[in-house]
Design a protein around this ligand. Sequence first.
Ligand code: ADP
Ligand code: NI
Length: 217
Amino acid sequence: MSERPALIQTTANHIQSLLSGEGSGHDWWHIYRVWQNAKNIAKNEQADLFIVELAALLHDIADHKFHGGDDTVGPRVAREWLESLQVEEPAIQHICLIIKEISFKGAGTISAMSSLEGRIVQDADRLDAIGAIGIGRAFAYGGHKGREMYNPEIKPILHDSFEAYKTASAPTINHFYEKLLLLKDRMHTTSAKAMAEKRHQFMEEFLEQFYQEWEGK
Ligand code: ADP
Ligand code: NI
């Protein structure tokens, strides 16, 4: 097995070539931001940085939303990649568990992360779903799916199962109530909580302005 920094860089290059130019909000730059967020959060935690960085880089390698809802694809593809680099088995297991546990499964469902490294990567991923970037990504995703931006007649639903959440096709503004505004209270680490507070406030202001403009104000 090569040196750890080299493994991380090789993985970053691989993911960059795999996800460049992806148009649904899951492109390389999302991975890049999650990677930076994760390193930043990890500075204040006693975490295994090798696991944190590789899990951040690989967390969206094969998203269930683009594989007919199959959420076993991500860990499987990540494992193949890590085995090809001859990463040791305990590290592979840990990283694949993080990828399995990480995705948001609906407002009424609990997604427990079983390790500190997983909690850091989940916080880092969630930070990229809120604030200015989160707003941009939500509309990019909605456009990709051909959704309406907003429809005052369709009310948000707090999904209590992953099945209901992943098959929903409501307007993008509903996604704020179904996911984005819930994230700040689900952060695990102290530094992510502080960052989330600021980004949450920005989304509240955005929504207020959006509804005013909707009525010509
Ligand atoms: P993550 O990268 O955090 O795992 P997801 O895979 O759930 O996030 O979604 C990718 C991006 O698309 C996120 O910014 C998310 O908020 C956005 N997104 C997911 N589902 C919807 C939706 N129904 N409407 C608008 N945006 C969505
Ligand atoms: Ni992600």
